[in-house]
Design a protein around this ligand. Structure first.
Ligand SMILES: [Cu+2]
Length: 337
């Protein structure tokens, strides 16, 4: 008796723990049912209705099975199951109902596909999204702005995103936009939508793309029109000139090292495109698509040994830089607003 009580306690504990672990996922700030694009809502509504109807069918079948199990359970005096003369009619009706249901859902699915696949409005803001192992490049061809890792777009204005990759397949998924899109070699895919409300939306690469796939995060800022205009004006400028002696010597360290064979800082001789554009690096909140906050301590560690923060990262460590050189470099980079 005591043993079984303890066992029941253990089971209860296990169920509560599992529920809490699952519920912990609810505080992530990413809710794929709280979709902020009207096109995307056609997908989330379809998903919701599919789940509701599937749940109703599931519960119906579960009740029928339970009824049969209890009623015809083999015990003295139980009724013997009798062959049903109408079983074929029942089967035909059941299968027909399923076929009709599938057809209805297929209709709604094609409807949603049409909605999300429709071309962008001619006035849409165009952004080219380029996946790299393991970061995102964003180009605004009409605004002459290039940035990385933190995408800024205006809320309330039609957007047209074009997806490309510089290496392997990546996939752009911000759950609150409603659907996702692959970035494939040798072709361009498109997504067009309008974000209804300003806010910060998170996502991640959803096509396995190597060691740091899980840390190829998406950070999207849907700004108000004024905020966006200010952001664009700032990002159209070349890099801010060094504000101190220390920063000036930091710029020299940067230009004298191999940083320039991978990074661009507009207004300097660095114009390579292997790593993220650093022209306005200091205006970004994080380093490495969100793996650490952008502050001098983390930046120092990143430059000394980026792999210690993001293992297998495609940026080499710079253990030979002296503490003074690092300090200057960090002072300069953190001034690139
Ligand atoms: Cu990826």
């Amino acid at each position: 008796m005591r043993g079984s009580t303890r066992q029941r306690g253990l089971w209860l504990g296990a169920v509560i723990t599992a529920t809490l672990v699952l519920l912990a996922g609810c505080t992530s700030g990413v809710d794929s049912f709280d979709v902020v694009t009207s096109r995307g809502r056609s997908v989330s509504d379809l998903f919701l209705w599919t789940i509701i109807i599937a749940a109703i069918i599931f519960v119906g079948i579960a009740i029928a099975v339970a009824y049969i199990l209890i009623r015809y359970h083999d015990r003295p005096g139980a009724p013997a199951p009798r062959p049903n003369r109408h079983v074929h009619r029942f089967q035909i009706a059941w299968i027909s109902a399923m076929v009709v249901l599938f057809a209805i859902f297929a209709g709604f699915m094609f409807h949603s596909m049409n909605i999300i696949g429709a071309p962008a409005a001619p006035s849409a803001l165009r952004v080219t999204v380029i996946g790299h192992q393991w970061w995102w490049e964003y180009q605004y061809p009409d605004l002459h702005v290039t940035t990385a890792n933190e995408l800024h777009v205006p809320a309330g204005r039609p957007l047209q995103l074009t997806f490309q990759t510089s290496d392997v397949i990546h996939s752009f998924w911000v759950p609150q936009f409603g659907w996702k899109m692959d970035a494939l070699p040798q072709r361009s895919n498109e997504m067009a939508f309008t974000i209804d409300k300003p806010g910060y939306y998170q996502g991640t690469c959803t096509e396995f793309c190597g060691a740091q796939h899980a840390w190829m995060r998406l950070r999207v800022y849907a700004d108000t029109p004024d905020q966006f205009d200010a952001w664009v004006k700032q990002h159209q400028q070349p890099a801010a000139p060094p504000q101190s002696e220390l920063a000036r010597s930091g710029e020299q360290v940067f230009l004298a090292n191999t940083c320039i064979s991978c990074h661009t800082v507009a207004g300097t001789s660095a114009n390579a495109n292997i790593g993220p554009n650093l022209t306005h690096f200091a205006s970004r909140e994080t380093i490495g698509t969100g793996i650490v906050t952008n502050n001098p301590t983390n930046l120092t560690q990143w430059i000394r040994d980026a792999g210690s923060i993001k293992p297998h990262v495609l940026m080499p460590g710079f253990p030979t830089l002296s503490d003074d050189q690092l300090k200057a470099l960090v002072a300069w980079l953190e001034g690139l607003k």
